[in-house]
Design a protein around this ligand. Sequence first.
Ligand SMILES: [Ca+2]
Length: 282
Amino acid sequence: MIAKWYKGLFFLIVIFSQVSCKTKVHNKELSNDFEKFLTSSYPYVHKINGFYIVASDEKPQSEDSKRDNTGKEVFEHSVRLFSNFLDQDEDGKVDDGMLPVLDGLKSRFLFASGYQEFVYDVIKAVKKRNKKLYVMTMNTDSWPYVADYNGKGWEVDTLDTSLWRPEDCNALWEEVFHTITEAYNRVDPDFSFSDGPLRTYMDDDIREGSYDISEQNRYEKGQYDRVTAVNEYIHQIWAIQFAGEEAKLNEHQQSTLQFMRDKGVPMQLNPGYSGNLGVRLK
Ligand SMILES: [Ca+2]
């Protein structure tokens, strides 16, 4: 299946880091001010050890969304997904192996869900106040939100294009996964998307003609770069292993999966997970 939401499906704003805080007290004041700003500006705010998740109260309304959900449900679902990725053993605490990743999340990212205008506003406002943070988004007016998606129950023949997505998928799963793997990318130089093993596996797959990014690049008028492509490639491979279709992956994709496993990338999600981490601020 070719997803209908390929346009701009991975939206990442690069904000260059320039902040220099001289004392811990100053850091704390900044973080209090930032938190006050978030809670006074957005309908929903959650914090997991300093990593913020914000959301609008707009109802998801993309073409592929089931339209009976609310913005609050998307928000609470995003908190559950982040929590479950960070708490694979489901004991209600961040797994030890995920602590560095959580550090990467809190120091470099913020997650926002809502319509495009809302997330643009968050991006602008966050950039003004904390230049270190990238805003990762779930655009609920253009990407499918499917509350009961469970990541299983479909088959794939081969993974041969960047446009492939699981059937009836929930884009929120993918965007949360991208945020987690972007955090890996920031804390572990081996997890680079521009060079290193992951990039090599994808480049080899493309060179041998078994994987294609050119069609997506045409759709995106030449703007689909290989750094973005690597992050989508690893999500596709993750989704295929999650559905139990791992045997369909070719040798480059198998190597990519093994690399992620060796790095401790969380491989499981439990749709019934209820051990939310962190604290709801609003
Ligand atoms: Ca745990």
